[in-house]
Design a protein around this ligand. Structure first.
Ligand code: M6R
Length: 614
């Protein structure tokens, strides 16, 4: 949560920072602020609300200067108002700081500083850290970077920080622990710094992903210097970015979410490109090949994630157990990490995360690693923290996902899990050659089938109109359609604020059935497969209580058509692959309903794309 951007060089800093903040708004949009160094003045502007508010606020202000820092906030300590916005200044106004993370021991640090006579304007932990740095800096004869290093030694918590100061106008100082930070090395001896590479990519492709407990000094005279928090000099590892600018634009769509939904035929193809060949009957995931034997022989695999990625894990559980006959346990990362779980060296722990930065998932992985388990990652963001701490892993290659609601990342995660399950099944001999070949060809056909569903958008929009005023909704599915029901409910609630719940269809009669009346839309996945007849019975039970049924069915289905209020047909595929198709109509339904309700689809209230606090 929170996005940070900084620039130092010869160009005007303000436009670079504002553009970067807009790219990072997905990380939080409670408030935004900048601090700019111009002609010896440190100008600080901050405003509650989105970056656009900040822009309007600064229109008649001095926005000049070629060094600056900017922040877009997802509030943790203190309500989202102007005062609590970042940057925070030291009490003498000499230093300003932006911060993403949480200083857990801020209260005791604050009390100590208050005893020394400092007072605080905001309720934030960040102001405490800024004044702690100020206190160390002005009471000794050391550099600002050294003062920051000493201050950080007193800090418990997570941080990505950038400091700017009036006394050091040719220098920015950055530090990270548990929150991401990337340094861009510009072509004109200039430097960029940001929470991810999106604000940097149009200026340079040379980046350094900072490691935990590193401090970077971006100095226009001395270049980039990197130190550990223990004061050991380090050599920056410069990488080439693979990100393309077009991927960060809406490209004619009204919202990023809609663009990302429509990108799925491409993103699924990108995900399996070079990893499967149906004609030659092979599947390979280069990133995990050295660990496949170990995974295949594992007694169990633990999959950990949060939110949508957790739903992908649940689909993975069905795939791994069914195809590869490997026992899988799926865990919420946030629960797993605090539960004293039984983990040993034979265990394989797979973390799934779009961002690769989710704090709980990262911490759960670290716990598993400390107990000797093999840890693997399935991430979308290249170079993210999870992808760097894992022993091995596979990227989903879905491209940047900017809408807060996860769509194409989910289908790409399920695609990687399908490839993994197939590869393991083949290795273990738990799948027949003909089923293996059929599944590979079916998987190759998924992108065009997704396109067929996207082409029914008008019908889905019409159905959305009928339910846009609902207050509650139920989503039902069985087998691997159960996680799709959970995902459908999550999509609806997070962007349209309609209360929605996902249930295994048979569980309905153990409680939720009491909710059903003529006002209640019930979205059911009733595709052909093992549980089809059972689901049809569940639909009858809902209809008997006057609930409204919106069913996702296999093309040509006549039975459910005769009972349901609306049906959305999806192309036939193998039962194992249905989640890749059945989730698409739910994404579109949620999208249209949210737009009709006037909700901010890409940036729903209270949420942020990357949850880097626990
Ligand atoms: O980046 P991650 O996949 O680790 O994020 C996990 C969840 O925060 C995320 O999936 C969230 O639930 C989505 N906004 C749902 O659409």
């Amino acid at each position: 949560m929170c996005g940070i951007v900084a620039y130092i060089g010869e160009r005007e800093a303000y436009p670079i920072i504002i553009k970067g903040l807009k790219r990072l708004e997905y990380r939080g949009y409670d408030s935004a602020g900048v601090a700019l160094l111009n002609n010896g003045a440190l100008n600080l502007y901050k405003k509650q609300g989105k970056v656009a508010n900040l822009e309007a606020f600064t229109e008649d202000k001095d926005r000049g200067g070629s060094a600056g820092i900017g922040h877009t906030r997802w509030a943790t300590h203190g309500e989202p108002n102007d005062i609590n916005s970042h940057p925070h200044a030291s009490s003498d106004g000499e230093i300003a700081m932006i911060h993403n993370g949480i200083i857990e021991n801020y209260d005791s640090l604050k009390r100590e500083l208050q005893r020394k006579g400092y007072s605080f304007k905001s309720e934030t932990d960040t102001e405490v850290l800024t004044i702690l740095v100020e206190d160390i800096y002005k009471n000794s004869d050391i550099s600002l970077a050294e003062a920051l290093r000493l201050a950080l030694q007193q800090v418990v918590g997570a941080y990505a920080i950038v400091l700017i100061s009036r006394k050091n106008p040719r220098q920015l100082i950055a530090a990270r622990k548990s929150s991401p930070l990337v340094v861009g090395i510009g072509k004109d001896n200039d430097f960029f710094c940001a929470s991810d590479a999106t604000p940097i990519v149009e200026y340079t492709k040379k980046v350094v992903y900072m490691e935990d407990e590193e401090i970077a000094v971006l100095d226009l005279d001395k270049g980039l210097k990197l130190y550990s928090i223990d004061d050991v000099a380090k050599t920056p590892y410069i990488q080439e970015l693979e990100l393309h600018l077009e991927a960060l634009e809406k490209e004619g769509y009204d919202h990023f979410m809609l663009k990302e939904i429509h990108e799925q035929p491409r993103s699924i193809t990108d995900c399996f490109r070079g990893r499967l060949n149906a004609d030659e009957a092979w599947v390979k995931l280069g990133g995990i090949k050295d660990y496949e034997e170990k995974i295949a022989n594992a007694n169990r695999i633990i999959m950990i994630a949060c939110g949508t990625s957790w739903h992908a894990c649940l689909v993975g559980e069905y795939l791994f157990e069914d195809l590869a006959r490997i026992n899988v346990e799926v865990e919420y990362a946030s629960e797993f990490r605090y539960r004293n779980p039984i983990i040993n060296e034979d265990d394989i722990v797979i973390a799934i995360s779009q961002s690769g930065e989710t704090a709980d998932t990262l911490a759960a992985l670290e716990l598993a690693k400390s107990k000797g388990a093999t840890i693997l990652g399935i991430c979308n963001v290249v170079g993210s923290s999870i992808s760097r701490i894992t022993d091995a892993g596979s990227y989903t290659h879905a491209g940047p996902e900017i809408g807060v609601a996860s769509t194409k990342a989910f289908t790409a995660q399920v695609t990687v899990l399908t490839l993994m399950a197939l590869s393991l099944a083949k290795r273990k001999g738990t799948i027949s050659d003909s089923t293996f070949r059929t599944l590979l060809s079916e998987l190759e056909a998924i992108p065009s089938k997704v396109q067929e569903i996207l082409d029914t958008n008008d019908k889905i929009k019409f159905i959305s109109e009928q339910y846009q005023h609902a207050s509650n909704a139920l989503y039902l599915g069985r087998g691997s359609s159960f996680p799709v029901a959970l995902e459908g409910a999550l999509k609806l609630k997070e962007i349209s604020y309609i209360h929605a719940e996902g249930y295994p269809a048979a569980e309905m009669k153990h409680g939720p059935i009491a909710l059903i009346d003529e006002e209640m839309p019930v979205f059911v996945i009733a595709t052909q497969g093992t549980s089809y007849e059972k689901v049809v019975s569940n639909i009858q039970e809902v209809k008997a209580r006057k609930g409204k049924i919106i069913a996702v069915v296999t093309e040509g289905d006549e039975t459910v058509k005769g009972i349901a209020d609306h049906v959305i047909e999806i192309p036939e595929t193998d039962e194992q692959l249905v989640p890749l198709l059945s989730t698409i109509p739910f994404q579109l339904l949620s999208y249209h309903i949210a737009v009709m309700r006037g909700c901010n689809v890409d940036q729903p209230r209270n949420l942020a794309k990357s949850v880097t606090v626990e």
